[in-house]
Design a protein around this ligand. Structure first.
Ligand SMILES: [Zn+2]
Length: 59
């Protein structure tokens, strides 16, 4: 059995907003259990692009 696993051992999660997989980061080591979104935009409920907009452009 080859023992060549390093970065692949990092925990992963799925973003609650966009559904993308995000890999553990050093910056999250203390808040990993609380991390739900891959980015600030997702945390604020702003979808980067495409569907998801709950409101029409105007009015
Ligand atoms: Zn996201």
């Amino acid at each position: 059995m080859p023992k060549m696993r390093r970065k692949a051992d990092l925990p992963r999660k799925t973003c609650a907003a966009c559904g993308r997989e995000m890999v553990w980061r050093k910056a999250w080591e203390k808040v990993w259990d609380e991390v739900k979104y891959c980015s600030e935009a997702c945390r604020q409920g702003k979808m980067p692009s495409g569907k998801g907009g709950a409101r029409p452009p105007s009015r």
